[in-house]
Structures are given as C-alpha cells and as structure tokens.
Design a protein around this ligand. Structure first.
Ligand code: HEM
Length: 160
C-alpha cells in the first residue's frame, strides 16, 4: 500500500496543476515517473543548462535577472523545480518551500513577448536533448501552458 498522499487537487489524472497554486503538493517520487523515463537528473541538468546558456546572451531574458553576474543559482532553482514537478527529488520544496511560481514571478514583467522568448529558448534546449517524440511533446506542452500562465503584464505601451 502506498503511503503517498493523494493529490489535493480535484483535477483529473494527467492534468496536474502547473505548480502555481496551493493544491499542488508534489507527487511522491516514483520509479515509473516521467522524471525517470526521460533519464533523471542528467537530462534535466542538460536541458536547463542549455536554456541558461541562451539566457546569458538574450536581449530580453538576460536583463530581467536580478543577479546577472551569476545565473547559476537561478539555473539550479529551475532544474530542481522541474525535477520535482515530474516526480523526481523534492529538493526544490525542501529548500525553497511551496513553488508559488506566479508569486515568485511577480517582480518580473512577464509580457507576452518575454513569454514567447522564454519558450523559444526552452524549446531549443528540449529539442537538443533528443527525447522520444512523445516525451518531448509532453514536456513542451507543459512548458507552454506554464509559460502562458505566468504572463503578468501587457506589453509596455500596448493596449490596457
Ligand atoms: C514566461 C516567461 C518567464 C520569464 C520571463 C521568467 C523569468 C524568471 C526570472 C527573471 C526569474 C528570477 C531568477 C532569479 O531569482 O535569479 C525566474 C525564476 C524562476 N522561474 Fe521563471 N520565467 C518564466 C517562465 C517560467 C516557467 C514557465 C517556469 C516553470 C515551468 C519558471 C520557473 C521558475 C522558477 C522555478 C524560478 C525560481 C523561483 C525561486 O526563486 O525559487 N519560469 N523566472
């Protein structure tokens, strides 16, 4: 009998929360997780590192970072979050608490343009990881929905 707590969210299986609200206790670590299926920590490291390599030279993303001289900690936080979300270690919540990603992004102007750039860089990183087509599609679908959900401001000078 598993001791894993059942999800607090009433959402149907396969439609877990994006990590943005209170009802998204991380799933227990499972050997059959998506995290394990795509190769575990090395795969997440590779994807997030490649993403941050691009951030470092990106005209929209780079200026948003509060500590641009060292993107390493930001890279680690994103990796830990994604690993946890997909059934890997819960180090993110153990060290940072509840994700509350919308709240944590409130200080940054996530415009539709920033969202699209974030997604563009992340898509490159995911595609270069060479995942199985269904895994790649699953991950990109999640990342797209997560990015859309984090938009918190209109374009400067755009319609109110
Ligand atoms: C939509 C466009 C996005 C922009 C412009 C953006 C930008 C940022 C910025 C500037 C930070 C601060 C980094 C720092 O603390 O040094 C951050 C943190 C973070 N972002 Fe994003 N982000 C975006 C989307 C996402 C998405 C889709 C996810 C998850 C799937 C995500 C997960 C995180 C996490 C986990 C952190 C660290 C939070 C913490 O402090 O624990 N972000 N993001």
């Amino acid at each position: 009998m598993s001791t894993a707590s059942s999800p607090a969210s009433p959402q149907p299986a396969g439609r877990r929360s994006l990590g943005l609200r209170g009802a998204d206790a991380p799933p227990a670590r499972r050997p059959d997780s998506f995290y394990e299926a795509i190769g575990g920590e090395p795969t997440f490291r590779r994807i997030v590192h490649r993403f941050y390599e691009q951030v470092a030279t990106d005209d929209i993303m780079f200026p948003m970072y509060p500590e641009p001289e060292d993107l390493g900690p930001a890279e680690e936080r994103l990796r830990m979050f994604l690993e946890q979300y997909w059934g890997g270690p819960t180090t993110y919540s153990d060290t940072r608490g509840h994700p509350r990603l919308r709240m944590r992004h409130a200080p940054y102007p996530v415009t539709p343009t920033a969202r699209d750039r974030w997604l563009k860089l992340m898509t490159v990183a995911v595609k270069e990881a060479g995942l199985a087509p269904l895994h790649e599609a699953t991950l990109l679908d999640y990342l797209e929905r997560a990015a859309f959900s984090l938009v918190n401001t209109a374009e400067p000078g755009g319609p109110q």
